[in-house]
Design a protein around this ligand. Sequence first.
Ligand SMILES: [Ca+2]
Ligand SMILES: [Ca+2]
Ligand SMILES: [Ca+2]
Ligand SMILES: [Zn+2]
Length: 357
Amino acid sequence: MRVSQPAARAAVSLSLAAAVCAPLAAAGPAVAAKGGAGSTGTARIFMVNPVQSSGDQSLTDQKDSAAAVPETEYALVELRNLDGSGYLRGDWVTVQSSTGAPAYSVDNEYLYTRDQDQFEQVMAYFWVNEAQEYLQSLGFGSTLPGIVHQSFNVKINQYGGDNSYQTDKPYRIRLGKGGVDDAEDAEVIVHEYGHAVHASQVPGFGGSLHAGAIGESFADYLAVTVGLAAAERYGWPVLAEEACPMDWDATSYTDAPHCIRRFDTDLTAADATGRIHSDGQIWSQALWEIRLGYEDLALTTADWDATLIDSQFDYAPDTSWSDAAKATYEKAVARDGQAAGDLVLDRFAARGITFTP
Ligand SMILES: [Ca+2]
Ligand SMILES: [Ca+2]
Ligand SMILES: [Ca+2]
Ligand SMILES: [Zn+2]
């Protein structure tokens, strides 16, 4: 999808105005019951990431300088579900920083630029909350079981390396600082949250190479779909390839166009190497092609995301690709009809992943 610059910019300034007005509109009993700062605020963030929103593949980190990213690639947004303490803590996220003072504001205004440590803290809060709100928009936590239905701990900049990761003991993600600071790219944040989604759905998920690859694949897919849904929700431009995770973080270690991994490698199960990130691209291509196929069936990407995520409750912790694909097929038939199921079967088969319906 390509969005024309003027239209996109107009949409951004509209959502900016909405964000500024929203805290007043939201004032009510729920807010009063919380702390003095209220449950909503205003923040400056990247619109997923500055490469995706600008289409400029030549952007580079420049040692974390503010000047490396144009002001136009920031958006003002509403922060929601804060606990009123003035810190970045709330219903679905608790930010814990180990570098730089914790962001604090008596009136919940968190306006930073990328050279300030607090910018990444704000990104982490906004994007984990956004991912949780997206899951809830699909029905998880209401008509379907809740997923990561708690305030999730995000620790920023714990390590110097480029090594963000999720752990369920304790239940949190850490976001590192190698190359482009990891938390400057929403697709890194949501990728790590994607692992928490699996851990929440199936405790111990990842007990086989196939399950590990599905974990990496789904984390990439969730990062992309949450970012695209947010771009739609807030009217942000998407000027890079949609099927591209971590366009900004990947400027440190890939050639343009910068994507950490791809959803169109045409790899099949016969090409698997046992390296879960690389093999995950086999699964990701099926997920992406089913997404496109859903739209051709007059279903929506949200229909597919709800079906995919709901199906993951049925994956064994050490699942094979074949068993997981079959569980996805069965969920698609049950939720979206036989044509959707046939599409799932067909796109997995194209990747050499087969099962008996
Ligand atoms: Ca930074
Ligand atoms: Ca990085
Ligand atoms: Ca992207
Ligand atoms: Zn991962």
